[in-house]
Design a binder for this molecule. Structure first.
Ligand SMILES: C[S@@+](CC[C@H](N)C(=O)[O-])C[C@H]1O[C@@H](n2cnc3c(N)ncnc32)[C@H](O)[C@@H]1O
Length: 221
């Protein structure tokens, strides 16, 4: 199945946008949102670059950006409420190392991110689509892993977390069976990645006694 015919990993809905998020979206859109391939390329070029896929409320993006001013952080999110939160915080904390793409991350990777341009891609708690009939909506499958491989620089890192064991097992096996990846432990990572505070989504999963599963892999050459 090609990328275009694949069912989406999200459902189009507007969602609730707070007054603060709306204000940030209205006033900061042009400053932080990028669409053009050339702007994306320019933003990623020449610095350590990280893509956060489905950043939700953006806690991870903001936290890494605050502690690592020398990293270029690109976030992909389809829902405006989360984007509004990130824009508002980026402005409040005066962060100039964040840009946001309001687009399906898969389209972004396929059409707008140059090959071998990212040092790290993180994907924390993507929607697990638990029902079997919806598994085809899950983002990570063989073709998506090939896309990650193409967009990461040599030795680039993919860092995945999920509270859904069966999704984890499938993803873990796909990487284990692919000789172009080597598994890493949290201790193998530099501080900017090993010291990421849990998001509210992760804390909710912990309170609900759901298991937290992590897969970290490095692209071999
Ligand atoms: C469960 S939330 C996790 C948020 C965040 N990563 C965290 O750890 O708290 C998953 C997010 O992925 C976003 N999402 C789902 N499919 C996406 C896609 N194809 N491209 C970009 N974002 C997507 C959803 O809108 C949602 O905000």
């Amino acid at each position: 199945m090609g990328f275009n015919s694949k069912p989406k990993s999200f459902v189009k809905r507007r969602g609730r946008i707070t007054a603060n998020q709306k204000k940030a979206l209205d006033s900061l859109w042009n400053q932080y949102i990028i669409n053009d391939v050339s702007h994306i390329q320019e933003f990623l070029n020449g610095r350590y670059s990280l893509l956060d896929i489905g950043f939700g409320a953006g806690e991870t993006l903001i936290s890494i950006a605050q502690k690592n001013k020398d990293i270029s952080l690109l976030g992909a999110e389809v829902y405006l409420s989360g984007i509004g939160s990130v824009l508002s915080k980026a402005d409040r904390f005066n962060l100039n190392n964040i840009r946001v793409v309001n687009e399906d991350a898969e389209d972004l990777l396929q059409y707008k991110i140059p090959n071998k341009s990212l040092d790290t891609i993180i994907m924390f708690y993507p929607d697990p689509w638990p029902k079997r009939k919806h598994h085809k909506r899950r983002l990570i499958r063989e073709e998506f892993i090939a896309l990650l491989n193409m967009k990461l620089k040599p030795s680039g890192i993919f860092y995945f977390k999920t509270d859904w064991k069966d999704y984890f097992n499938v993803v873990s096996r796909l990487f284990d069976e692919d000789p172009s990846w080597k598994e890493l432990n949290l201790q193998d990572l530099e501080e900017e990645l090993s010291d990421i505070p849990p998001t509210s989504f992760e804390n909710k999963a912990i309170r609900a006694n759901r298991s937290l599963n992590t897969k970290i892999v490095r692209k071999i050459n």
